[in-house]
Design a protein around this ligand. Sequence first.
Ligand code: GLY
Length: 358
Amino acid sequence: MRTVHVPASVPYDVQIGPGLLAGLGDTLRALFPRAGRYLVVTDDQVGPLWLQKVVCPLSAADLPFSVYTLPHGEASKTAEKLVDILNFAAAEHFTRSDVFLALGGGMVGDLTGFAAACYMRGVAYVQLPTTLLAAIDSSVGGKTAVDLPAGKNLMGAFWQPRAVVCDTDTLSTLPQADFISGCAEVIKTAVLFDEPLFAQLERTGRDFDREDLIARCVGHKRDVVAEDEFDTGRRALLNLGHTLGHAVEAESNYSLSHGQAVAIGLAVVCRAAAKTGVCAADVAARVDAILEKFGLPIRTDAPFPALMERMLSDKKRSGGTINVIGGTINVIVPEAIGRCAIRPMGTDGAAAFMKAGL
Ligand code: GLY
């Protein structure tokens, strides 16, 4: 097992390894000696596969629990479902000293975290990520949210989990498409912070050591969160590839997964950086090659004006993944594999830059 400590305003540990759910009762007893009850939130895809692995150790440790199951998919990440969870917790007489458990991927984690932030002005919660994306990114760092009709993640809060227990066995039931989608964020992390990891992934492809890799990516995320927990500066780096990626995702009517769209966004921004002299040509060539090796797309045929239109209005729709201040867009650009920068550009400059990478 690996442990990564996150020194946020509320510090916590991320545990990563196989079989960790079996010890969940002891983990929770140690963390919450006074908790009365646990509310397990999951979805109808993850629940049938992994809920028993959570509730059996709770029962064995004599920890009372209730279960709330959501329909799977981003369509559940709504204010209505948030209120449903809060009503359920209230009907079940949960109190401020009780604890929510988020068993699932990013949707379950974001929604449960936000419900925990809201219920009785804030209760503790623990993330139990079951997707690669949730394991390396969304379960760590305390960003919680639901979507509004006007856009993704528009209603939310920073609310750190009290622990993240990442049982790597759960990845064994992840559909291959979701695993590959999560790999886009892994490659993004390597481009941002870790050339040796990138070189390792070039050799291994998808056949990497999952525990090692998750711990390494979580370590990078921890460093960013420790420096900029509330996303006022350096944390924006994590949006590498997302500026165009969100536009591509929306323009495809969500037929592309988030990871596929991020892969295209990452490839475009790297090619743009190479063409405009921000980085060497081999950076773009290596990023294109590794994305293709992982089975991810690197190009879009969506019309550029439509993508640009979406990018510029994204500030209203994506919970701040594109930062437009007074006509200036902060674009995340690679200077080398493992080193990226936040470059403010005018909207015309950003458009010309992106176009160079298409
Ligand atoms: N997933 C991006 C962030 O946590 O800031």
